[in-house]
Design a protein around this ligand. Structure first.
Ligand code: SF4
Ligand code: SF4
Length: 377
């Protein structure tokens, strides 16, 4: 967005405050600076180069970029896009990103992942029985299962279960031996120049590996490849999908068969597999898969495009983990079942963390991990 358009959009706000009660960060902090309306006012200061305090910069960086406000603003202001652009402006002016972002970005450059994982342990999730025969880049397949940092290091069962299900269906795919970070973290921290370099490096690597289609497990990687790469990578020509959609197709074609588990579950829609995706949403397929493998599937009080963020979007865990815990635990308190299933490893991770910190005992599972349990061999 150019600055004139941004300022026009900001000035069209009528201060109706209709966006306050739908913003999770405002709901848990009660701080107007951490509301869509409050942040919009801050972005005006940022784009007109007025002085902004440390507290105000922090308020910008505690936005989860969940996009809930965008769809409910009566003036149709693209609030989250403006907040993202304001982070880029902060970086240009030497006021962003925060120290925590710089530390994580250094880790991405040096260790090729955003979670401080040991690169030598990146493939520890690969099931032992497949490791001996896995050919990685050398396999003659144009379809890549891209695990991302969270699945590779923090929620490894989301990687191994996805891999196992595809192998069980004899699906033709490969994985990379040295998978890079997708760069979404850097992009949403506002360092556009570094993010663009990572996108271009990754595109070269993917092209060299003969990749024409990417299957992601992580909502953040899906969002990056689907929404962001096409904007910044000339000649981007790679098809993008999510593991849930592939498993759904394999289920419909009869290549994967599932039994019903004696479980009552609730499903949570990640922002980045639904509301935030351009030209795609993944609402019905996970529900159909889960209805056929469970006694019942319950919904959150708000679901699909109105589902709240898990509380970890856009790297806010590192900026203010208390907000992530409060948002995550408020959702855990909203569910009536013992089991919560979701389709993004970052959501799984944050719910487990919020549950641990607040002593809410719920079982949180990544969708393919749940489906693997229901697989009929
Ligand atoms: S809903 Fe839109 S118009 Fe109303 S205060 Fe929020 S940003 Fe402004
Ligand atoms: S994108 Fe989400 S967290 Fe950020 S201001 Fe909008 S509703 Fe609040």
């Amino acid at each position: 967005m150019d600055i004139e358009k941004i300022l026009n959009a900001i000035n069209s706000c009528i201060n109706c405050e209709g966006c306050l009660d739908i913003c999770d960060t405002y709901l848990v902090t009660g701080n107007l600076l951490q509301s869509p309306n409050g942040r919009l006012k801050l972005t005006k200061k940022i784009f007109t180069d007025e002085y902004v305090s440390e507290e105000e910069i922090n308020a910008i960086y505690t936005c989860t970029l969940c996009s809930m406000c965008d769809q409910l603003c009566q003036k149709e202001i693209p609030i989250s896009e403006i907040i993202l652009n304001s982070k880029m402006r902060l970086v240009q002016n030497g006021l962003g990103p925060l120290e925590i972002h710089k530390k994580i970005m250094d880790g991405i450059i040096q260790k090729k992942n955003s979670v401080n994982g040991n690169p030598e342990e990146r493939l520890n999730w690969v099931p032992q029985n497949h490791l001996r025969t896995e050919m990685f880049e050398n396999k003659n397949s144009d379809t890549l299962l891209f695990l991302g940092c969270m699945s590779s290091f923090r929620v490894k069962e989301s990687a191994s279960a996805s891999y196992e299900l595809l192998k069980n269906a004899d699906y033709d795919f490969k994985i990379l031996k040295e998978e890079p970070c997708c760069g979404e973290y850097i992009y949403s921290s506002g360092d556009l120049e570094l993010a663009k370099k990572i996108f271009m490096d990754n595109f070269k690597l993917l092209t060299k590996a003969g990749v024409r289609k990417i299957i992601t497990t992580c909502g953040g990687c899906l969002y990056a490849f689907n929404n962001i790469y096409p904007k910044y990578v000339p000649n981007w020509n790679i098809e993008i999908t999510h593991i849930t959609l592939i498993i759904y197709d394999l289920y419909k074609s009869g290549e994967l068969k599932f039994k019903k588990l004696k479980k009552r579950i609730t499903y949570h829609d990640p922002c980045r597999t639904g509301r935030k995706l351009d030209g795609m949403d993944i609402y019905n397929e996970p529900r159909e898969l889960l209805r056929n493998t469970s006694e019942s599937v319950s919904e959150l009080s708000k679901n699909k495009e109105f589902t709240p963020c898990c509380g970890a979007g856009s790297g806010i865990r590192g900026v203010d983990s208390n907000i992530s815990i409060k948002i995550g635990s408020s959702i855990l308190n909203d569910i009536l079942t013992e089991d919560l299933i979701t389709s993004c490893p970052l959501c799984v991770f944050n719910y487990r963390y919020a549950g641990y910190k607040t002593q809410i005992n719920k079982r949180i599972k990544y969708i393919t991990d749940y489906l693997l349990e229901a697989l009929e061999y």
